[in-house]
Design a protein around this ligand. Structure first.
Ligand SMILES: Cc1cc2nc3c(=O)[nH]c(=O)nc-3n(C[C@H](O)[C@H](O)[C@H](O)COP(=O)(O)OP(=O)(O)OC[C@H]3O[C@@H](n4cnc5c(N)ncnc54)[C@H](O)[C@@H]3O)c2cc1C
Length: 256
């Protein structure tokens, strides 16, 4: 049968390795002072999706919403076995709260007609654990949170074990559905050297444009065409691509 799995991953500041002023005056994170990493539990979500693909077939697509620098977590996902990656980036998303973030992500996911959407339980910066459940709500999908183990997957029915902290619960759902995965669910695989060599040159258009700003010999159009031919051009979507209503997004419009 094979399952179309979508994994939502976030690039987060490494809160364990702060070098300098972590927060800006306006309460936003000073990302320059914090090395950026793959949100730990999103690696567990990606691992679960890859295990589903290996056992039942199908494909794994990874989406991240963030700055162009977040393309790094997409490359990391390709190194581990993702089939496709999408960067959802738009200045109008700046400072989105979980309501806006989950709305925008739900618009992107809906375009891909998934069987299973997998998220980490929580991001280590915002720490709200809200985006997964909110995204399920907006998609109208059933959700199973705190998933520690996939017990069975047959046709359009999935059964999973949730870790509630003081016990476990077995939950069965019809598909499509959204799962949030916890860190004890699995041991995320390390990047494969072969895939790293193949995908380390993958870039999104904004990264090529940024490189062309410092190196005028780079022609953006031909570079992107070349990347696309080699399957190394990271798909880049914005609010218009996913058909998001800006009125539902407007958290704080950052004027140019
Ligand atoms: C210090 C701090 C405090 C904040 N407090 C609040 C608050 O109280 N209320 C509020 O609404 N917002 C808050 N935010 C903003 C919030 O971080 C963003 O809305 C963020 O995009 C999502 O929330 P989260 O980080 O809590 O993620 P969580 O809800 O904890 O993330 C759960 C999962 O959702 C997925 N996910 C989350 N963000 C993305 C993304 N950008 N791209 C792809 N997948 C994603 C990942 O799978 C992740 O594991 C805060 C941000 C910071 C830095």
């Amino acid at each position: 049968m094979g399952y179309n799995c979508i994994v939502l991953v976030k690039q987060v500041p490494d809160t364990k390795r702060i070098t300098g002023q972590a927060m800006n005056e306006d309460g936003t994170v000073n990302r320059a002072a914090l090395p950026a990493i793959f949100n730990p539990e999103d690696l567990n979500a990606l691992e679960m999706a890859l295990e589903i693909k290996e056992k039942y077939g199908g494909k794994v697509t990874v989406i991240t919403m963030g700055l162009p620098t977040a393309a790094e977590v997409l490359r990391q996902s390709l190194y581990r076995g993702a089939d496709g990656v999408i960067l959802l980036t738009d200045r109008r998303c700046a400072a989105s709260d979980t309501l806006a973030t989950s709305y925008i992500l739900s618009c992107a996911v809906a375009k891909l007609n998934p069987d299973i959407v997998l998220c980490g339980r929580q991001a280590i910066d915002g720490d709200t654990a809200q985006v997964g459940p909110q995204t399920a709500e907006k998609l109208g999908f059933p959700q199973i949170t705190y998933v520690e183990q996939l017990l069975s997957l047959t046709g359009k029915t999935l059964t999973a074990k949730r870790n509630l902290g003081n016990g476990w619960q077995e939950v069965k759902t019809s598909l499509p559905a959204l799962l949030t995965v916890i860190d004890t669910a699995n041991e995320p695989r390390v990047p494969s050297a072969r895939r790293l060599m193949k995908y380390k040159g993958a870039k999104c258009r904004l990264e090529v444009e940024a490189a062309a700003k410092t190196d005028p010999s780079i022609d953006v159009e031909s570079t992107c065409k070349g990347l696309e031919k080699r399957g190394l051009l990271i798909r880049q979507w914005d609010l218009d691509t996913v058909g998001a209503d800006f009125g539902l997004v407007r958290a704080r419009w950052v004027a140019d």
